[in-house]
Design a protein around this ligand. Structure first.
Ligand code: BGC
Length: 451
């Protein structure tokens, strides 16, 4: 195998989105509101007051979008299912029309020879469940298990790849600690409880899959971000370890080793509860693959006033940053894939998200979108994937974030991550230069990286 052909023949090339970020029509056909519907409509919560009411109008344009995916040569498409379309109140009566939408989408993908990769929860908890305590209520694990069972009963014969949750760390850090994301709480004591219940829900989701689905594989999707100490001082080194425990190991250690990292108690102090030992058997069930979302690394120093983790990020002047303020650091993607492989054992991995926000204006005359920085970002990160495979990681596929420009949560429409430009006034889709580049990568199974 030559270096330029280091991706296995079966390597899966795809792109990702999530429900609230692209679908629009959040209350259509009997759907209930989600916490994102509520949060986005609360004054002052999102940039420019932007909401997902229309987004990319994918709910109504999904056929056109699937055709575009096929044109771009995508072999797989990762999307999420909106819980409150399926169960408007989160539990109780099923809204068949919500399930019908995802069934039509899945069938359109299969007809276009694109493998569906469905995530059950990408942050849009039914608002009715938030009213019952949301991720703070231990019952949420059962609510999630029941929702998962309903979805598997309808689609479990056709979707080859499933994920329970997308990025539990962001749900809790953004939603319960810092409040920048729905439901917008800022409470140190709530944060570990929400994390733990997310992991328990992951467990019941896996159980429901084993009981109900007839084929396919299930995993968990986490966002991993290695933490490097800014200096070699022991304070900064300890700070980096705290940052790593908080963001990375807090979710992976329980799933793969059945316990939380030592550092959690130091970070949360009296806010760190004792969890029932029996919970860990539920959390630690075997999964078929791990999905990794990778965007950046963090260089950190000790900062005693920055509670609870006590780290501050140190900007790296020699490196490029994206418009979300994230350092571009491809070697850390290689490192992350190899670290997971070493620490938790060799297992099937997918990069389920990777991409960058850059502003690229459509050309004034022909509307073409040239995005050289994004092309460069993808090229270097795909080379980093290839290096990880060469180093022994069992990486099975890669999903670019994102297929379309979309609703970047509290940043609204101000940040564009798409391979495809979306004109939000007209809903015109224009593949960017990066989409053409990615198509060539897919066509050559990665060999074009060296071109
Ligand atoms: C999330 C996406 C988000 C992307 C860029 C990930 O944390 O899964 O929903 O749009 O990062 O911020």
């Amino acid at each position: 195998m030559t270096e330029s052909h280091a991706f296995p023949e079966s390597f899966l090339w795809g792109a990702s989105t999530s429900a609230y970020q692209i679908e629009g029509s959040p209350l259509a056909d009997g759907a209930g509101p989600s916490i994102w519907q509520r949060f986005a409509h609360s004054p002052g919560r999102t940039a420019n007051g932007d909401t997902g009411d229309v987004a990319c109008d994918h709910y109504r344009r999904y056929r056109e979008d699937v055709a575009l995916m096929a044109e771009l040569g995508l072999q797989a498409y990762r999307f999420s299912i909106s819980w409150s379309r399926v169960l408007p109140a989160g539990t109780g009566p099923v809204n068949q029309r919500g399930l019908d939408f995802y069934e039509r989408l899945v069938d359109a993908l299969l007809a276009a020879n694109i493998k569906p990769n469905a995530t059950l929860f990408h942050w849009d908890l039914p608002a009715a469940l938030d009213d019952r305590g949301g991720w703070l209520n231990r019952d949420v694990a059962d609510w999630f298990g029941e929702y998962a069972r309903i979805v598997f009963a309808r689609l479990g014969d056709r979707v080859p790849l499933w994920a329970t949750l997308n990025e539990p760390w962001v749900v809790t850090d953004g939603g319960y600690l810092h409040g920048a994301l729905a439901p917008g709480h800022r409470n140190l004591f709530e944060t570990p409880i929400a994390s733990h219940n997310l992991l328990r829900a992951h467990g019941t989701g896996v159980q429901a899959f084993r009981a109900e689905a007839r084929s396919g594989q299930i995993g968990l999707v986490v966002n991993l971000e290695p933490k490097d100490p800014a200096t070699s001082s022991p304070h900064d080194e300890r700070a980096a370890r705290r940052g790593d425990a908080y963001m990375n190991r807090q979710y992976l250690d329980p799933v793969f080793t059945g316990r939380y990292p030592e550092e959690m108690r130091d970070i949360f102090g009296t806010a760190w509860p004792e969890f029932p030992a029996a919970d860990f058997a539920l959390i630690q069930q075997p999964i078929d693959f791990l999905g990794i979302n990778y965007y950046t690394r963090g260089v950190v120093r000790d900062e005693p006033t920055a509670l609870p983790v006590r780290i501050a990020y140190v900007r790296q002047p020699a490196h490029a940053y994206t418009e979300t303020g994230w350092e571009v650091h491809p070697p850390s993607l290689t490192r992350t894939l190899l670290w997971v492989t070493e620490r938790y054992g060799r297992m099937p991995l997918y990069v389920t998200e990777n991409g960058a926000a850059f502003y690229d204006a459509p050309h004034a005359i022909d509307g073409a979108v040239d995005d050289p920085l994004r092309v460069w970002y993808y090229r270097e990160h795909l080379k980093a994937c290839r290096a990880a495979i060469a180093g022994g990681a069992d990486l099975r596929g890669y999903f670019a974030w994102s297929f379309l420009d979309n609703y970047e949560w509290s940043l609204g429409y101000s940040k564009r991550f798409g391979l495809v430009h979306v004109d939000y006034e007209t809903q015109t889709r224009t593949p960017k230069a990066s989409a053409r580049y990615y198509r060539e990568i897919i066509r050559t199974n990665g060999a074009a990286l060296d071109g």
